[in-house]
Design a protein around this ligand. Structure first.
Ligand code: 4NP
Length: 160
């Protein structure tokens, strides 16, 4: 895939407090390491946590790897986002369905993909990034999976 930079990516989960904040931090890091100009943000299809920082368990697993996501604040995805961002990546199939339902036209729909599928990890690890919200033990594995996917996504966008 050839992109024109700056290129913008929105990472989306349900609450925007567990998975997509990790994806935002990890993808931003991966882009900086490979010196590619990406604008990265995240959002939730649901609005329950709007304005809140990431879940303490996501902050903790990120901090354990030297990644600070504490300044992020949850945001609910709007049609404006679907117009604004170049690529919109959904953490699971429910998020994908909800984003596609929000889209107003084909141009918007075509920007929306499953995160692991876009990373080329669908067969080995997908299709969904498991929602760890109800299970404390899930955060370490979710971090590891999102980190691998973020590296693959940057490679794909840079033609590697
Ligand atoms: P996330 O996890 O979609 O990865 O942020 C969740 C966060 C909150 C809820 C569900 C999932 N919730 O039901 O409030």
């Amino acid at each position: 895939m050839t992109i024109t930079t700056p290129f913008s990516i929105l990472l989306v989960c349900l609450g925007n407090i567990c998975r997509s904040p990790l994806a935002e931090g990890l993808l931003r890091n991966a882009a900086q390491r490979k010196d590619i100009d990406l604008t990265i943000s995240s959002g939730g299809t649901g609005g329950w946590h709007v304005g809140n920082p990431p879940d303490p368990r996501s902050q903790a697993v990120a901090a354990a790897h030297g990644l600070d996501i504490s300044q992020q604040r949850a945001h609910q995805v709007s049609v404006h986002d679907l117009k604004q961002y170049d690529l919109i990546l959904a953490m699971d199939r429910n998020n994908l369905r909800d984003l596609k339902a929000l889209a107003q036209n084909d141009a918007q729909r075509q920007k929306i993909h499953l995160f692991l599928e876009f990373a080329g990890l669908e067969d080995s690890d997908g299709p969904d990034v498991f929602d760890p919200y109800w299970d404390d033990s899930g955060f370490a594995g979710v971090y590891e999976l999102i980190a691998r996917a973020a590296d693959r996504i940057v490679d794909r966008l840079t033609g590697n």
